[in-house]
Design a protein around this ligand. Structure first.
Ligand SMILES: *Cc1c(COP(=O)(O)O)cnc(C)c1O
Length: 465
């Protein structure tokens, strides 16, 4: 019989101890942090699932490449390797390094967009939306309808609604749409993939109106592997060939190397347009640095050059997608409501459904995050009313569209027994869910309140009889 067990495709050469705390310590730490896990020191966290961004473990080859990093101000060979590695996968003419993804976004929108423009995307990531709105353009999210239904399964839930795209361009006129973006995988939509069929259909509409298509490429390798697994005709192709095909339909991309670059910092911006590249490089010099380093050390460029290729390794991607689904499938089998099917980089628990006795105005996602911390020292993040809701001038809280709790999995960091532990903790909290209380805000900042908000437990909600 063929062996079915999937193992972590690496062995561990350097270890980082994690610190255990007692339940009592965690209760105190939580109250001191105002029930906001962003305000807890990472030393006091056992398993940190706050984000998959920049939390990757680098390989021996990446560390070796870092030693080869050349720190020359101009014309560094590290940049040559960086560009070569990106061009071999993505094929774009111009490659502009940046210190992370949002810097690429700021430069892209600064050059391409102006007040009154509309930028359609399947779903803008929050920094993408902020940078688009900062130049006065409208960031329009048009995912397919299934994307907004947590329990509905769809193989490519990250797809863009192409009928809506065509209608929007028709309505506002192509002149007001300077670019269309596709986020692969769709991070804010649950890490759900976009199919090649959808990429082609979007490109066709863009081409008809001469609008460039840009890919937000942060999780391009995970997206390519989902295409291999799920899209007819691609099962025999390598993730690399699929990624190359994805980028063939695009005119440029933005990238955060903190995701599928398997690095801890970095990003880049690509385009095929000479004129736009020149303007982007001019802006780059203003805030990031010379075009052969763009705010990064030469050694970072080398780490990314290697990481992009490792992210396309089929054994790695299989482990990655299987281990994320492992967490989702095991808690789902225990009854926990999650966004289905599991995405590439994270599992999203439907906190509103998990804690139906806590009204959205009492932040069920934040309350659940707090319980996972107290129970097992796990850090997750609310994607719901705290992040997307609003408190009006009268102090009335308006809930976000959903209350989700995201458990993001850092790449190559945790082993299966860590994840087994996470499953056990979540199922324990699930068993005692009826006793969990809601929260009320005691402090909020005027914008991006989720980073610094503080809470206390809300008065017991009286059950209607
Ligand atoms: C992380 C991310 C970004 C922004 O990248 P940073 O490196 O964090 O600035 C943009 N888009 C998506 C989809 C992301 O996940």
């Amino acid at each position: 019989m063929p062996i079915k067990t999937i193992i972590e495709p690496f062995r561990i050469k350097s270890v980082e101890p994690i610190r255990r705390t007692t339940r009592r310590e965690r209760q105190k730490l939580l109250v001191a942090a105002g029930y906001n896990l962003f305000l807890v020191a990472s030393d006091d966290i056992l398993i940190d699932l706050l984000t998959d961004s920049g939390t990757n473990a680098m390989s021996t080859e990446q560390w070796a490449a870092m030693m080869r990093g050349d720190e020359s101000y101009a014309g560094s060979p590290s940049f040559q390797r960086f560009r070569k590695s990106i061009q071999a996968i993505m094929g774009f003419k111009h490659v502009i390094p940046t210190h992370q993804g949002r810097a690429a976004e700021r430069i892209l929108f600064g050059v391409m967009c102006k007040k009154g423009d509309v930028v359609p995307n399947n779903t803008h990531f929050d920094t993408t939306r902020a940078n688009c709105e900062f130049v006065g353009a409208e960031a329009l999210d048009i995912p397919i309808a299934e994307a907004r239904q947590p329990q509905t399964r769809h193989p490519f839930k990250g797809n863009m609604d192409t009928a809506k795209l065509a209608a929007v361009i028709e309505r506002v006129g192509a002149k007001r749409v300077p670019l269309v973006m596709l986020t692969v995988t769709n991070n804010s939509g649950g890490g759900q993939p976009v199919s090649l069929e959808n990429i082609k259909a979007v490109k066709k509409i863009c081409a008809r109106h001469k609008i460039p298509l840009y890919i937000d490429a942060c999780r391009f390798a995970e997206n390519a592997y989902f295409i291999k697994l799920r899209e007819p005709g691609y099962s025999k192709k390598s993730p690399r060939e699929i990624a190359q095909e994805m980028f063939r339909y695009a005119d440029g991309c933005t990238m955060s190397a903190k995701k599928d670059g398997l690095a801890n910092i970095g990003g880049f911006l690509c385009t095929n347009n000479d004129l736009i590249a020149q303007q982007e490089k001019d802006l780059l010099i203003l805030t990031e640095g010379f075009p052969t380093y763009g705010g990064l050390a030469g050694r970072d460029l080398d780490a990314i050059a290697v990481g992009l290729n490792e992210a396309l390794d089929e054994d790695y991607l299989n482990y990655r997608i299987v281990s994320t689904a492992y967490l989702g499938d095991h808690i789902s089998a225990g009854g926990v409501p999650i966004v289905q099917p599991p995405g590439g980089h994270a599992i999203y628990i439907d906190a509103r459904e998990f804690l139906p006795h806590i009204p959205p105005t009492q932040f069920p996602g934040v309350a659940l995050a707090a319980e996972l911390y107290v129970e097992g020292g796990i850090r997750s993040v609310e994607i719901g009313t705290l992040m997307f809701g609003k408190r009006d001038d009268k102090g009335v809280e308006h809930p976000g569209p959903m209350d989700l709790l995201r458990l993001a999995i850092p790449r190559r960091v945790y082993t299966q027994s860590h994840i087994d532990y996470v499953v056990e903790v979540i199922l324990e909290v699930w068993r005692r869910r009826k006793g969990i209380r809601g929260l009320e805000l005691t402090y909020q900042a005027p914008f991006l309140r989720h980073f610094t908000a503080r809470f206390r437990t809300a008065p017991q909600h009286k059950a209607k009889s």
